[in-house]
Ligand binder design. Sequence first.
Ligand SMILES: [Zn+2]
Length: 259
Amino acid sequence: MKMKIRLVVLKVLSIVFFLFITTPHLLGQNNDSLNLAKESQHFNLYSTNGDIKVLYSLAITLENNYSRITNHLGIQIDKKINVKVFPNVKTFHAAINYPNAPDWVVGSCNGDELMMVSPLNPGSVHTYESLMQVIVHEFLHIAVSHARGDNGWTTLPRWLSEGYAQYEAGQVNEYIRKSVKSSLIDKTPPTWTQLDTASVMEFGKMNGYGLSVMIVEFLIVTYGIDKLVLLIKEPENIEIIYGLSKDALEKQWIHYLKE
Ligand SMILES: [Zn+2]
């Protein structure tokens, strides 16, 4: 059981980890073998012939989440987003110029383009289902970029961008909650500032993804989505938006985690 929990947590965490490594410079893309194979209202999907049959499900998944996400963020995206589906982990890693990446590296975004491994061939760590969440997660980063205009999403506090992407993609679950709770039995969690200033490696090691989605869940459950969206647009105004000091908010969050 413990192994299973770890595996599920790893799967969820792995999705997001990679973005920091690759964004914003994706060099050496090898997209020649992918063709535009499906268009939906808001997306153009590219794949090899072998993956055409999964594009319908990917397009439906994206479109089913599109209005909720753009409404939450109060944005309109005036062009179609490109989605590139690579036939396996190896070709995806080659495309992102990271040939020796581990198998859990399965998704990325660059500007207004999503790239991911085909859910039909998810590799040794991910599953069809988890890749259906990965694509929504990556779209979230693009949508947040649009909401922030020139500021982009990579300058957001990491707990906020990763936490919100996971939250909207439905990646918070009982396994995450248990992993966060059990990590707090003997110690206090890192502060939000520590989560922001950690390196990518440190962030992963301190269960930063699990903690981040629990922060966002706490803020939405307690104060509503509208304030969270304000925070995404103006994170420097956190104390004005919530009418509390950051310390007081963090204390409330720890209380929320322990409940
Ligand atoms: Zn992410």
